[in-house]
Design a protein around this ligand. Structure first.
Ligand code: GTP
Ligand code: MG
Length: 398
């Protein structure tokens, strides 16, 4: 493809090309597939730091300070702000850039806001892809800012090696709610705005809360920082920089293993071959597939057969639920189809885990049309998890 030259230059660190690659990923265009494929081979170098916390909590201000501290230590830094309401360009970072003078032209820093797509799963998929792209492009540290509300802070655990939860003072009872949601995921709580009078109380509330949870294997750290004075920043940067967590998410999340395992399963699946189903991305608990709608998928009415959509969704779900390595089988599955699909369209099916216990798993699959991200179908499935490894089942086949 002549127009995909930007992918190689992006991986070599060219800023304009990185921007192009992100746009491709966000648009879910044809080129997105090529980007993901090129990126998949080069993952696992960067230390990915997720920064989450309540709106206005001081996340962007903290990220700016972290960028400066990490740059002083010679680290290159890429930032993705997954927050449509406060784009980086209009917020703290821009102000900081102006103050820092030449930081804007610093080739060691790349900052990008990611727009919300407003359809379930889509935003998270793009964010994960952009992190992987930054990683593949050679940045030492990738920082992701997400507003700590709803799904995003849980999603960030999938992507980050180190999770920073921002806890500004003065949240009152809201602090309880935030902590209840993120206590399990935080590697470090950062009490921001330490210059404000309530900061001390927030810190002691946090410590008291953590004291109740001494059963945690590695309890999160608590740090206090103040943007105006810079107090605590240097220590936090040192703590973050000292963590030997680079690329851990790929080990912990088993992304590389999941990817190669899933591609093997697809290669061994007759129906997948027959239908032209291809792997886009895989991690433990989630799978993304794509398929081009061809003549063979078209029903008597000239549209993509519902059965083909179900088979695509079922395959994504099946791969996602088996990605843990234990054989899982669909016991109940439903799909609602809302848009007809034409020949020539590319479909993307993204399966993700809703919940999973030792025996039962719940999964959902979103099927979208690549060219415009249109919602095509939604599938729900319940699986039964057997006490057998997947490999044994594969070997038993005819
Ligand atoms: N007093 C004080 N104010 C701060 C400090 N850090 C940030 N702020 C202020 O808090 C406000 C929000 O800061 P941001 O860094 O934009 O917070 P955010 O969490 O990124 O906000 P959203 O992205 O909109 O959720 C701004 O007015 C900052 O100037 C601090 O250490 N002390
Ligand atoms: Mg912000």
């Amino acid at each position: 493809m002549a127009n995909s030259a930007f992918i190689q230059t992006a991986l070599a660190g060219d800023r304009r090309s990185i921007g192009q690659a992100i746009s491709a990923l966000e648009n879910g265009s044809e080129a997105a597939y090529a980007v993901r494929k090129a990126v998949a081979a080069r993952q696992g170098r960067a230390h990915v730091i997720g920064v989450t916390g309540p709106p206005g909590g001081g996340k962007s201000t903290l990220v700016s300070a972290l960028i400066r501290g990490l740059r002083e230590r010679g680290r290159t830094v890429a930032v993705a702000a997954v927050d449509p309401s406060s784009p980086f360009t209009g917020g703290a970072v821009l102000g900081d850039r102006i103050r820092m003078g030449d930081r804007q032209s610093d080739a060691g820093v790349f900052i990008r806001s990611l727009a919300s797509r407003g359809h379930l799963g889509g935003l998270a998929v793009a964010a994960g892809d952009v992190i992987d792209l930054f990683d593949a492009a050679g940045f030492d540290v990738v920082i992701v800012e997400t507003v700590g509300a709803g799904q995003s802070e849980v999603e960030i655990t999938r992507y980050a090696d180190t999770r920073v939860v921002v806890c500004p003072p003065g949240l009152g009872d809201d602090v309880q709610a935030i902590k209840a949601g993120v206590l399990e995921i935080a590697d470090v709580f950062v009490v921001t705005k330490a210059d404000l009078p309530d900061a001390r109380k927030t810190e002691s509330d946090l410590l008291a809360m953590l004291a109740l949870r001494r059963d945690q294997a590695s309890p999160p750290a608590v740090r206090k920082v103040s943007a105006p004075s810079g107090d605590g920043i240097e220590a936090l940067v040192e703590w973050l920089d000292g963590r030997t967590q680079r690329g851990l998410r790929h080990e912990a999340g088993g992304v590389k293993k999941a990817y190669s395992q899933t591609s093997d399963w697809i290669a061994a699946d007759n129906l997948a071959q027959l239908m032209g189903i291809e792997l886009v991305a895989a991690s433990v608990g989630s799978t993304t597939l794509r398929m081009k709608v061809e003549r063979k998928h078209i029903n008597f009415n000239g549209k993509c057969h519902g059965g083909a959509l179900f088979a695509l969704g079922d395959m994504a779900l099946g791969l996602a639920c088996n990605s843990h390595g234990r054989l899982a089988t669909l016991v109940d599955g439903q799909m609602s189809i809302s848009t007809a699909v034409d020949e020539g369209d590319w479909l993307i099916a993204h399966a993700s885990e809703v919940s999973r216990s030792r025996k039962i798993g719940s999964y959902q699959v979103h099927v979208t049309r690549a060219k415009d991200n249109a919602h095509i179908a939604l599938m729900h499935g319940t699986v039964y998890v057997l006490d057998r490894p997947v490999a044994a089942a594969c070997g038993d086949g005819p």
